[in-house]
Design a protein around this ligand. Structure first.
Ligand code: COI
Length: 331
């Protein structure tokens, strides 16, 4: 039994080596290279591949694996939006993801960044760095005084709701699938329009699906309260960033915390020190006092990385043995 792992970063190696020592019967080889039609040949002789990348799993990439006799692929992340499922179906690929590696990692980040926007900590930090120690006009809004609109009440949305309740915030939520416990608390609204009308801060926790594309746009922003705070730690394409920039310019939007960006591939997780950003919009957003940009790091905690490696390797092994894995992606 052999598993070949792609895109293994330094910080993933300890968990991978631990998994390898717990599974001496499995031959494991890995590279820091990402999986593409060219690097696919590195997996020759393997029964399954273990992967994480934002680069697409294109028809060519999946075909290259198929030609090596490999049709088992375990993702170390949750999002499957970069997989060409038509080709995967054609070659009968078994695919798994790590649906729940640490909802807290992402929910905590959303809560922290949302609270930082409300308390204007970036503006304050910048003033302090410039030796300006005056209070005004950098006055904060208390988290407990806000109504948070949570769009999507899956694992991450639910943890965020718990964290925000700890602050004393009021919650309204929207999801097409309702959680019975939250339903009993009466926090759901029936439509997104109701949520937009009530929320002082809105956090997105839905996947990238065609029906969610640019759900935050000029029309939805117009329905929101003045001085709304937006938080996106989910997927960049949920927001029409031009409409969000217009909302920031007009003052309709008080501030934005974003960990994801529609055009982030090749931009985030790259070192631009000493260089211009290649994207004028991200440069503009990063320069603003009321916008917090993080480069898709909400997930990036020691706990999450450990779970991503361990659960994905477990899933690859289950596929090879013909066993069930709770992480199988049904497509
Ligand atoms: C995912 O798990 O899909 C994420 O968005 C985090 C990723 C950058 C590892």
């Amino acid at each position: 039994m052999k598993i070949f792992a792609y895109g293994i970063r330094e910080d993933e190696q300890a968990a991978l080596r631990e998994w390898m020592s717990n599974h001496p019967e499995v031959e494991v080889d890995f590279t820091d290279k990402l999986l593409d039609p060219e690097t696919a040949k590195l997996a020759e002789g393997a029964d399954a591949v273990d992967v994480y990348q934002q680069l697409s799993y294109t028809p060519e990439t999946l075909t290259a694996l198929h030609e090596l006799g490999i049709n088992k692929m375990s993702l170390r992340n949750v999002g499957t939006d970069n997989i060409d499922f038509e080709t995967a179906r054609r070659f009968d690929f078994s695919i798994s993801n790590v649906a729940v590696y640490s909802p807290n990692a992402i929910a905590e980040h959303a809560a922290i960044q949302g609270a930082r926007v409300l308390r204007q900590t970036k503006a304050l930090d910048n003033k302090i760095a410039n030796h300006d120690l005056r209070w005004a006009p950098t006055i904060g809004r208390e988290v407990r005084m806000q109504t948070f609109g949570i769009i999507g009440t899956g694992h991450i949305g639910r943890v965020l709701i718990d964290i925000l309740k700890g602050f004393g915030a009021k919650i309204v939520a929207y999801d097409v699938y309702r959680n019975p416990e939250l339903e009993a608390e009466g926090i759901y609204v029936d439509t997104l329009d109701e949520l937009y009308a009530q929320a002082d801060a809105i956090s997105l926790h839905v996947p990238s699906l065609p029906e969610n594309y640019h759900m935050i746009n000029a029309e939805s922003i117009a329905k929101m309260k003045d001085d709304v705070v937006l938080i996106n730690v989910s997927r960049g394409d949920l927001m029409d960033i031009d409409a969000v920039i217009d909302g920031l310019n007009s003052g309709k939007i008080f501030g934005l915390a974003m960990d994801v960006y529609e055009n982030e591939v090749g931009l985030f997780n790259s070192d631009w020190s000493g260089k211009e950003f290649p994207d004028a919009k991200i440069a503009d957003l990063i320069a603003r006092d009321n916008v917090l940009v993080t480069p898709h790091t909400a997930f990036y905690t020691t706990k999450a990385v450990y779970e991503m490696v361990t659960q994905s390797m477990d899933a690859s092994l289950a596929f090879i043995k013909g066993e069930e894995t709770p992480n199988q992606v049904k497509y």
